[in-house]
Design a protein around this ligand. Structure first.
Ligand SMILES: *[C@@H]1O[C@H](CO)[C@@H](O)[C@H](O)[C@H]1NC(C)=O
Length: 374
């Protein structure tokens, strides 16, 4: 009887958590409104794979096109923050009241003195990113995500932030990748959820809506059949740091246009575009008839979008085909392709890719599942 009671209690605690994601205006849209976009991209050239430099430091995004955010709270009583749920990094950090950078003026700041559950750690934290670094220190507190509370979660409190963070909607970042990527080896939030038995299954999944602000969701501990039809195509990870997989090829009308003879790719909710090596991306953009400007932005004529080909990513023998309506984005009368080049050999399958599939990150057997949207 005692055993049954204990089991019931466990079942009652381990649940699945649904976190609504907000699809907001991007930093880029906000800067375009103010007529400051050109100035910004001159000052802060976007280097997507600086985040992925292989020197053991975890890099975070400076992607001005990111648009999906969710709300978490930290401390007792709870202090609220908007964060990017980033499958391409592993630390949680938010701005703190000890930060006087411009980016901390217009974002929510955590005040540890107003939380009765805060415990200090004071170990320094520094995360490098494309245009400077975020610095601060570590502490522990209760972190609540979608109504589930993780006790003694280690997280970063920022003291300095690079200027471009001032244009971002999110206050901070919640990394969902493996602990091996985490700065200061800080235990990631989802790892604590698994070890504290707070999630029913060791999986999380995302659905990113194409359209309006509402509908996007991060599900912690659950695969929800309502979001997909048909089979889930499971892909084993080739490395457990990022969610890294082996891609077989990228084709247009059956012809290999990139990733010839296979390549490595990561599935990254914290990058907006599809990123690949410069020569491969140039080739794809050439197939689309796009012209590339000095900032690496590839543009097509908006009247041609209907006639552009689909692009197929073959992974683990499965074909994932993305239509032009999904990889071309239109804003301020110009149509840009969702393909961005970098100096790194690693591909990044960002939101332009993820929006097309219900995407499952399976920590139980280190795989990623992709399924047709319902
Ligand atoms: C991982 O788990 C899923 C769900 O249980 C299973 O269907 C799939 O075959 C497994 N994938 C790998 C790569 O082991």
């Amino acid at each position: 009887m005692k055993l049954i009671l204990a089991l019931c209690a466990l079942v009652a605690i381990a649940q699945s958590i649904k976190v609504p994601l907000i699809k907001g205006k991007t930093a880029r849209d906000k800067l375009m409104e103010k007529g400051k976009w050109d100035e910004y991209r001159k000052k802060y050239p976007y280097n997507p794979t600086i985040k992925f430099a292989q020197n053991g430091i975890e890099y975070m995004t400076n992607d001005a096109d990111l648009s999906y955010y969710g709300v978490i709270s930290i401390g007792t009583p709870p202090q609220s923050f908007q964060v990017i749920f980033d499958s391409g990094s592993s630390n949680l950090w938010v701005p703190s009241v000890y930060c006087s950078s411009e980016a901390c003026q217009n974002h929510n700041k955590f005040n540890p003195q107003q939380s009765s559950t805060y415990k200090s750690n004071n170990e320094a934290l520094s995360i490098e990113y494309g245009t400077g670094s975020m610095t601060g220190f570590l502490g522990y507190d209760t972190v609540t995500v979608g109504g589930i509370s993780v006790q003694n979660q280690i997280f970063g409190l920022s003291q300095t932030e690079a200027p471009f963070m001032a244009s971002m909607l999110a206050d901070g970042i919640l990394g969902l990748a493996y602990q091996s990527l985490s700065s200061d080896d800080a235990t990631p939030v989802f790892d604590n959820m698994m070890s504290q038995g707070l999630v029913a299954q060791d999986v999380f999944s995302v659905y990113l809506s194409n359209g309006g602000q509402q509908g996007s969701v991060l599900l912690l501990g659950e695969i929800d059949t309502a979001y997909y039809t048909g089979n889930i195509n499971w892909i084993p990870l080739s490395s457990e740091t990022y969610y890294q997989i082996t891609m077989d090829s990228v084709t247009i009308n059956g012809q290999v246009v990139a990733c010839s003879g296979s390549c490595q790719a990561i599935v990254d909710t914290g990058t907006s575009m599809i990123v690949g090596p410069t020569s491969d991306i140039s080739n794809i953009n050439a197939w689309l008839g796009a012209t590339t400007d000095q900032y690496g932005e590839a543009t097509v004529s908006c009247s041609n979008v209907q006639s552009l080909p689909e692009i197929t990513f073959t992974i683990n023998g499965y074909s994932f085909t993305i239509p032009p309506s999904s990889f071309i984005s239109q804003s301020y009368g110009s149509c840009t392709t969702g393909f961005s080049g970098s100096g790194d050999s690693l591909w990044i399958l960002g939101d332009v890719f993820i929006r097309n599939y219900y995407t499952i990150f399976n920590r139980a057997n280190n795989s990623v599942g992709l399924a047709q949207l319902a």
